[in-house]
Design a protein. Structure first.
Length: 397
């Protein structure tokens, strides 16, 4: 039987005591070595030790312990197999190998396989053992934090890519059209959901706008939203009729989605070159609002089914009179489904918030005020994503 060297007189364990209590799982088949390890750790009141004799017995206990002390010469393992099994069962539990094997090559391989440290019985003092356990836990915590930071960076990069796909730069050539857009993810999330929008102006001055909402949240929904948005812009640039575009977008959604429960609402608007009227289609989506004089007015669209619900859907075109208006607002249902005064905000509530916002009607900050008030009335972040798309236009001079 090999053992743990006693700490030299005068070194003590006071320097190793810490406020954090830790639990150690000892996987060791030798009774004598197990006794020595537990005795070595007994002087530190912040450390508790549980002992099992096989890896199989220890696997179910890994996640309830802060560190594992693992012997390599166990009855149910050989070589580094035990270490690999422990790491596979719980990547978040640091492992310190404590063995009587003096194979330097195996020590290097153990560290490469995920062990935090490799100690030899008979060559480690009680103090070194305690310090190694604490350092292993600390290093593992640092590695976890670094991994989380890397993951957040990946999320940020993904967010930027999705933002470019879902919320692009409008394709506007004239100075008589201004686009103001706002987006807020639901639930305080950092990542975008499935809301998307786009604006394209033809050479003759006709302005096309779309806003849509893919049901659900996450990268799959965002990917579907990006596909729909890019397809819409492509079809607009190709000069396809609006009714045909909706049919094609419906087919694209059906083929792109990974789940039959995913569908999308969408509203398309085409503003005539002389800015006197607009043609609009609503596929299960809230109708836009126009600004008449000093107030916002809700429009009444015929509407039709959401994309992805029916095999052979049909949508009706509605005409919006713009003769007394120079602003049009499209929005997703996240803007009207929040709570307000014990009920649902709905489109009438959104209209009141738009009318009540301070500052000049042309000031984009009014939309920020509206979003802030929607959030306040809801009592916190909205469950659903929210997108607002305001078009300001004037007749060609």
């Amino acid at each position: 039987m090999t053992g743990i060297e006693p700490t030299s007189p005068g070194t003590g364990h006071a320097a190793h005591a810490a406020t954090r209590e830790i639990s150690v799982l000892l996987i060791e088949d030798d009774d004598g070595d197990a006794y020595l390890v537990r005795d070595a750790l007994a002087d530190d009141p912040t450390i508790t030790v549980n002992w099992v004799q096989t890896v199989s017995a220890g696997l179910a206990m890994l996640k309830s312990h802060d560190c594992v002390l693992l012997d390599l010469g166990l009855p149910d393992t050989s070589g580094l197999d035990g270490l690999r099994r422990v790491r596979a069962a719980s990547m978040r539990t640091p492992v310190v190998v404590l063995t009587g094997l003096t194979d330097e090559r195996q020590a290097i391989d153990a560290l490469a396989a995920g062990a935090q440290d490799y100690l030899l019985k008979g060559q480690v003092t009680e103090r070194d053992l305690i310090r190694t356990i604490r350092y292993a836990i600390q290093r593992h915590d640092v590695e976890d934090m670094e991994a989380e930071l890397r993951q957040e960076q990946l999320y940020a990069e993904e967010n930027a890519r999705l933002e470019r796909g879902l919320l692009p730069q409008p394709l506007i050539s004239s100075t008589g059209v201004a686009v103001t857009a706002r987006y807020r993810p639901g639930g305080g999330r950092m990542l975008l959901g499935g809301d998307f929008y786009d604006v394209v102006e033809d050479d003759d001055g006709t302005v096309h706008a779309v806003i849509g909402d893919v049901t659900g949240h996450g990268p799959d929904q965002a990917a579907v939203g990006v596909a729909l948005r890019i397809a819409w812009r492509t079809l607009v640039l190709a000069g396809r009729p609006a009714a045909e575009m909706l049919q094609l977008l419906n087919r694209i959604l059906v083929h792109e989605r990974h789940d039959e429960d995913i569908f999308a609402t969408l509203c398309m608007v085409t503003i005539s070159a002389d800015r006197s009227a607009a043609e609009a289609y609503a596929a299960g989506h809230p109708a836009p609002m126009v600004h008449h004089g000093d107030r916002w007015v809700e429009t009444d669209l015929h509407g039709g089914p959401s994309l992805g619900l029916l095999d052979k859907p049909a949508w009706q075109c509605s005409r919006i009179d713009l003769s007394r208006s120079n602003r049009l607002l499209l929005f997703t249902d996240g803007a009207i489904e929040g709570r307000a005064d014990g009920g649902r905000l709905d489109s009438a509530g959104l209209r009141r918030l738009l009318d009540g916002a301070s500052g000049a009607i042309s000031d984009p900050a009014r939309l920020d005020q509206v979003i802030t008030e929607i959030t306040r009335l809801n009592g916190g972040p909205l469950t659903d994503d929210l997108a607002l798309l305001m078009l300001t236009y004037s007749a060609p001079g």
